[in-house]
Ligand binder design. Structure first.
Ligand code: HDE
Length: 713
């Protein structure tokens, strides 16, 4: 058993173990279990002759290889997964009968897959994009999937537009450019014609789209779902995951560099954190709205382009999600896991959100093309911890051997088995809802408010966050070659914030003209049926929860601190810092001019993990320039100078904490840091009285975003 000790009572881990194998100390075999004697040479007619068709070992190996690939997900292709556990800390029995949410202290095994949306499987982790946050709860009542994103709203209000949205954002169809990027004409053309996307665009252009780590982002169920309690009473519910480490991002310039230096940055970070025992954790929260309050808001609860501001309905924290085990095999687990918002259990039901309703069709359908068979639920990672009993039979790759003669219902030959379950036995019954109205292909008028919550989001951002959002829009729209598209987007921004629209327009060389429908720049017979949205003030003007600035800033747990050093570095100073940093749960990695051992001033030798050429400052949260005059001198000899100063200057530009140890004045002076004459809490030097504490405080704040302009002046 290779299960971790904390998994001994985990039914899913036990079940997966029965499907796992290891090659340690085993002999090589064919897929038929035959031991192989020679895996190096194919069977030939003579040493230099042609290979023989008879070589079943060669044929089996090559044939299997030829079929190793399956279609990647049409969206969310690039992903990283992990196993974990969900623990309930507050019972929701008053609102739902779902057992995993009612039995206090109950632990439910989970598998979580994070993803980017637009890019292919091999694309960069740091694309500006939404992140998927899909959670499979292996509950005793069946699998419950919460297929969430790291942003609480969506681009469109109706599923019928989803293929258009995805076609627009994916690489353009003629030349397949650009990969994993929304900065191109087709995406912004679509957006410019889709005012309902403006709230989501605010989120997408914010730094939420370039997370520092998958462990430092929120998760949102997006749609309103329904909770049903034992008495049949209904509450609307919105789901939230809030990371215990806070929500943090990287700078856009940093994201672009990381994409080159380590395009697996997020995948690696998640993997390493779990291997190091820094288990990622989230508070799980719910916003609950009694059914009778459905119409009490200035937006429609069924509209997936709207949030319920936390000021109007607070998030109640009811549990903890912890990821504590990396998958054993990426393909078998992370690639083959199949999520579906329709995988629900008694006590949870759907709302009539038209986006959610469409998703309910899409997810099974896509697994059929991706995993190739209706038996995808039998793949170990997808199996419920319950045994499956029904009359579904056969199909590609069927695993289960169902005994008995009858495979139909009702039957008498099989004794009527398997029986339907009564609700009291856990049988699922859809919540009965009275549906008024005629069959129509229409949008509810209550959905036609496209700008008020975009305003709410924008107005809730701190000044640096607003600046980043503005710069993101400028970056993206500058890549758009058609001026009329740029102009239409600016025309929509004008409904959100005039100053923002004006700043963006200025950089794009277009005028600010509030977008009106019908729109002059469209062909006369265009089939755009956008309803003109009124300019409306949101009921809640500012929401603190929307700014990353207001999230956790009092821990450096699991942060990665780079220590630049060379021969002669002060071993005592390094040990002191390392001890305190590690006490706080962070890690130090050594970076030297080469990978050769570094001779410290106390005679000891340390092996650096990186050389100045093999890594970059973007891979670290903060820098310690190790104390020691000789070390500093070596770091600035002509051979090293450029790399050392580039490292420091780049960290400085990206607003990171930098601590210059004693004897490193020469590096301080020669870097961009020394040239500046302003107060900067992110720069700590040998002159400070309690430098280590100050350094830790600065790392906790994540970045000194407020000083970005000064640092880049
Ligand atoms: Fe998805 N989405 N989606 N989506 N989605 C898929 O299912 C779809 C939407 C989300 O890690 C696909 O198995 C439609 C919203 C995540 O495996 C596909 C619509 C939200 C993942 C699909 C939406 C999501 C997917 C592709 C609009 C946030 C990755 C592969 C009606 C609440 C799950 C797959 C994983 C994946 C369809 C909109 C989240 C094609 C039609 C809104 C996290 O079925």
């Amino acid at each position: 058993m290779n299960m971790k000790t904390n998994e001994t009572n985990n039914k899913k881990a036990e079940q997966l173990e029965t499907h796992s194998t290891s090659n340690v100390d085993e002999k090589l075999t064919t897929n038929q279990g035959l031991k192989i004697n020679n895996n190096q040479d194919s069977l030939k007619a003579g040493e230099r002759g042609p290979s023989l068709l008879e070589d079943f070992i060669l044929r089996e190996k090559i044939t299997h290889f030829d079929h190793e690939r399956i279609p990647e997900r049409v969206v969310h292709a690039r992903g990283s997964g992990a196993h974990g556990v969900f623990k309930l800390t507050k019972s929701l029995a008053e609102y739902t009968k779902a057992k995993f949410l009612t039995e206090l202290g109950k632990e439910t095994p989970v598998f979580v897959r994070f993803s980017t949306v637009a890019g292919s499987k091999g694309s960069t982790d740091l694309a500006r994009d939404v992140r998927g946050f899909a959670v499979k709860f292996y509950t005793e009542e069946g699998n419950y999937d919460l297929v969430a994103n790291n942003m609480p709203v969506f681009f469109i209000q109706d599923a019928i537009k989803f293929p258009d949205l995805v076609h627009a954002v994916k690489p353009e169809p003629d030349n397949e450019i650009p990969q994993a990027a929304s900065a191109h004409d087709t995406f912004w053309d679509f957006i410019s014609l889709m005012p309902e996307s403006m709230h989501m665009i605010m989120w997408l252009m914010s730094d939420r789209a370039i997370p520092r780590s998958l462990r430092m982002m929120e998760g949102f169920g997006v749609h309103s779902f329904k909770f049903i309690n034992e008495e049949g009473k209904v509450h609307f519910v919105k789901f939230h995951f809030k990371p215990k480490l806070g929500v943090h991002s990287v700078a856009w310039n940093e994201a672009q560099i990381i994409s080159g230096v380590d395009s697996d940055f997020h995948k690696r970070d998640l993997w390493e954190a779990i291997e190091n025992g820094d288990y990622p954790e989230w508070d799980f929260g719910v916003q609950l709205i009694p059914e009778e309050d459905e119409h009490k808001f200035d937006f429609d609860l069924l509209d997936p382009t709207k949030i319920v501001p936390e000021e109007e309905v607070p998030v109640q924290i009811v549990g903890t999600l912890t990821l504590n085990r990396n998958p054993d095999n990426f393909f078998a687990e992370t690639e083959q896991v199949a999520f579906h918002p329709g995988h629900i259990i008694p006590g949870i039901d759907f709302s009539n959100d038209p986006l959610l309703q469409g998703r309910l069709f899409s997810y099974t359908d896509t697994q059929l093309s991706r995993l190739g068979s209706p038996n995808f639920h039998e793949i170990p990672i997808n199996r419920s911890i319950n045994t499956i009993h029904n009359n579904q039979r056969d199909g590609h790759m069927r695993q289960q051997i169902v005994k008995g003669k009858s495979s139909y219902d009702p039957n008498s030959i099989g004794g009527g088995c398997p029986f339907q379950a009564m609700m009291s036995e856990g049988g699922f019954a859809s919540h009965q809802e009275r549906i008024p109205g005629a069959k129509v292909r229409e949008r509810s008028k209550s959905f036609v408010d496209h700008y008020s919550q975009a305003k709410l989001f924008y107005n809730s951002q701190s000044t640096p966050e607003k600046m980043h959002l503005q710069n993101a829009l400028i970056f993206e729209l500058s890549k758009v070659t058609r001026p009329e598209v740029r102009e239409r987007v600016v025309g929509q921004l004008a409904y959100i914030d005039m100053f923002l629209a004006w700043r963006v327009a200025e950089k794009l060389g277009v005028e600010v003209k509030k977008l009106e429908w019908p729109n002059q720049s469209l062909p006369a017979d265009s089939n755009i049926v956008e309803l003109q949205s009124e300019e409306k003030e949101p009921h809640t003007k500012v929401s603190e929860a929307l700014s990353m600035k207001n999230t956790v800033k009092n821990t450096i747990k699991s942060r990665k601190i780079g220590c630049i050093l060379a021969n002669g570095a002060d071993g005592g100073a390094l040990t002191d810092l390392k001890t305190k940093i590690e006490e706080e749960g962070a890690r130090i990695e050594l970076i030297a001019p080469s990978l050769a051992p570094v001779r410290m001033n106390d005679g000891s030798e340390l092996i650096p993990k990186h050389s100045l050429t093999s890594t970059a400052s973007v891979c670290f949260d903060a820098l310690f320039i190790c104390s020691g005059e000789d070390s500093a001198k070596e770091l600035i000899i002509p051979e090293n100078k450029h790399l050392t100063l580039h490292f420091i200057n780049e960290a400085y530009k990206h607003c990171k904490a930098i601590y210059f140890g004693k004897g490193t004045e020469i590096l301080y002076q020669n870097s961009n840091v020394g040239a500046k004459q302003h107060e900067d809490p992110g720069i700590i030097t040998w002159e400070d009285t309690a430098p280590v504490n100050m350094f830790i405080d600065a790392i906790e704040k994540h970045r000194v975003w407020d000083l970005e302009t000064e640092r880049n002046a």
